[in-house]
Design a protein around this ligand. Sequence first.
Ligand SMILES: Nc1ncnc2c1ncn2[C@@H]1O[C@H](COP(=O)(O)OP(=O)(O)O)[C@@H](O)[C@H]1O
Ligand SMILES: [Mg+2]
Length: 354
Amino acid sequence: MPLSWLRVEQFRCLEAVEIELDPHFNLFVGQNASGKTSLLEALFFLGRGRSFRSRKLDAIIRQGQKAFTVVGRVRTADGETVLGIRGQRDATEIRVGGRSAASAGELAAHFPPQVIDPEIHKLLEEGPGRRRRFLDWGVFHVEPGFLLAWQRYHKALRQRNAALKQGLAVGYVTAWDPELVESGELLAQQRQDYLAALAGPLAEMGQALLAAEVHLAYHRGWPEGHSLAEALQSSLERDQRYRATQSGPHRADIAVKVAGHAAKERVSRGQQKLLAAGLTLAQIRLQEEASPGRSALLLDDPAAELDSENLERLLAVVRTLPVQLIVTSLRKDIAGLPDSGRRFHVEHGTVRPA
Ligand SMILES: Nc1ncnc2c1ncn2[C@@H]1O[C@H](COP(=O)(O)OP(=O)(O)O)[C@@H](O)[C@H]1O
Ligand SMILES: [Mg+2]
């Protein structure tokens, strides 16, 4: 749901920011180190309960302070809901609608932000962890049973790995296999179904952004033609040697191909950025089909990252998405952005309407 109002306190260089937001388009303009990315980071935190820049709360809390807070109001069908998150050095506290919430999933149910920032190419360049997170975020929004399967699987995996690490007798290890197999097969199937559904939007984005065919190949984390039960059985010896479970959905990955070539190898950095942005936009398209009018897209300084032709292509696609768009920029005159909406000036950690 669109965010109508936001308050940020003691978050990086932002001491106290309070603004009203437009449901469709918001532009934040400011010089380097003025606090633009910090503002997007705070927005992302409000929806995801984590940062896209840092794992350490310490780095995010404004220097010399003990905690940060981000509070926002989202418009819902029957009024407004207040979301809030407070981060201390060692803990975060989440509140939704005046009540304490158990997990960040409750924030995302109201305000699910996606971000395209200068690091987006890492989705393709780095190891499979980022791609699994990307995949799981997508499945989470279209498959109601996913979170439970994911939690069951990872709980059983932790227990099994603990038994392996301690070098316990085989029975203590395989005792977790039935739970691992049941939740793991389900998880893998839900991911596969999601990727099948993503193929359409992704083809659209590939054409619009790169004028090329983009294809995803799914590796579920154990060999083709075998059940997870068989894979666990045949890798047991290896698991014991490495003291960790070697097969299963926690080893899944997606291989991205552009015009038949691995994106990692054949594609330039600029194209990688566009491609990774395309993956994110395809995900939003699918998310919007499942529950329209909910997503927010945070675009961090796109003009600094893309040449003018690619920037225009990206913005042309972005404007077809029914999202709340929030953009930062060094310059205020960027071709391809909407004319209406709200504009803000960011300076030394303060934000005011332009
Ligand atoms: N925990 C913190 N406390 C205070 N200032 C911080 C903290 N973390 C980062 N900063 C400062 O915030 C400033 C703004 O950073 P950033 O939001 O990335 O700016 P922009 O995106 O506008 O270039 C930087 O000068 C940085 O040093
Ligand atoms: Mg920045």
